[in-house]
Design a protein around this ligand. Structure first.
Ligand SMILES: [Zn+2]
Length: 328
């Protein structure tokens, strides 16, 4: 009550500060997401000047992110039936998943040929073999700062190999919380999933990431299924992204229409093995992408796909692939 009275007495000062802040918002508002803007404007209209000041600080850094110098390079590595994605920004590197154990030699030689020396982040989206199969070899071979892994364990040799490799490096898994933001050079990425403590399907433990570089953004889904997509839709307002890595290799379990509409990608990528035994990708998913006219890049047709963002535009090193499917 005392604070409110004091603020009322200094209402002229408050109006003046409000005008300055609103002018600031108007100048930089074009680069803000509307939620943050709403929140700021709401704060300006209330007495909570302290919050406004806090938020403007984060806005300034957010605004700076939209002006980037250099490139973000994303490689969707052809690891057969599985996922492995290398992301680089300047000297900073991150690997999301490491394919099956069979792809070890191909994966390591690709990382070597790209001149990778260490990783800021290694991410194991979930403990299935087609995602962490060669991740233990990457861990053994490379120094890294942080390894992100969901809070779930399995009894497979693959998983044990990864745990042993991480332990032998004197490191521990970091369990990312939904909503947490990390920095990769001038890029930032936010954890969209998982947000629940337990799931029936291991796929839904998948760490889902939205990466932003300047005005470009990417969503990497691991094998998250529609249940996780629904949780993401319920938790985050702005899911729009330029590039969507389709969930679960284009299976029917993922890429629900609501999620696809919310992301509304300009480009889609599917990491899938040629003549795989899982019948991925499926007609259901391919039809959704085709009907929306979204160019689709696929590792079974294009091999390793390199995608470069300068913060404004995204270019691919290959032409888009077909909408051919294996299963229904
Ligand atoms: Zn998978």
């Amino acid at each position: 009550m005392a604070r409110r009275k004091k603020l009322k007495n200094s209402s002229l000062l408050q109006v003046l500060i409000g005008v300055v802040i609103l002018a600031f918002i108007t100048v930089i508002g074009g680069n803000l997401d509307s939620d943050l803007l709403d929140k700021l404007q709401q704060d300006v209209q209330t007495d909570s000047l302290e919050n406004v000041q806090d938020d403007t600080t984060s806005i300034s850094s957010n605004n700076a992110e939209t002006k980037v110098d250099g490139n973000l390079v994303v490689d969707f590595i052809d690891v057969g039936q599985g996922d492995s994605i290398l992301i680089r920004q300047g000297e900073h590197a991150m690997l999301i998943d490491g394919g099956t154990s069979e792809c070890k030699d191909d994966l390591l030689s690709f990382l070597k040929s790209e001149g990778i020396e260490k990783f800021d982040y290694i991410v194991g989206t979930h403990p299935h073999e087609d995602h962490i199969g060669s991740l233990d070899d990457v861990v053994n071979e490379y120094d890294f700062d942080t390894i992100l892994f969901p809070k779930v364990t399995t009894t497979t040799n693959t998983f044990e190999n990864l745990v042993n490799a991480v332990n032998s490096k004197g490191k521990k898994f970091t369990t990312p919380l939904s909503g947490t933001e990390y920095t990769l050079g001038d890029a930032t990425f936010k954890i969209l999933a998982p947000s629940s403590d337990s799931y029936q399907s291991l796929n839904n433990y998948s760490i889902v990431i939205k990466l932003t570089y300047g005005n470009n953004s990417f969503i990497f889904t691991g094998d998250a299924e529609s249940l996780s997509e629904t949780e993401i839709l319920n938790s985050f307002d702005d899911l729009s992204a330029d590039v969507l890595k389709l969930g679960h290799h284009g299976s029917t379990t993922s890429t629900s229409m609501k999620f696809l509409n919310a992301v509304s990608p300009k480009y889609a990528v599917v990491s899938v093995g040629k003549d795989n035994s899982y019948n991925h990708p499926t007609k259901t998913t391919m039809d959704k992408i085709k009907d929306k006219g979204i160019p689709l890049y696929r590792t079974d047709e294009q091999g390793t796909i390199e995608c470069v963002s300068d913060g404004e535009n995204i270019t691919f090193n290959v032409e888009p692939g077909s909408y051919n499917y294996m299963g229904e």
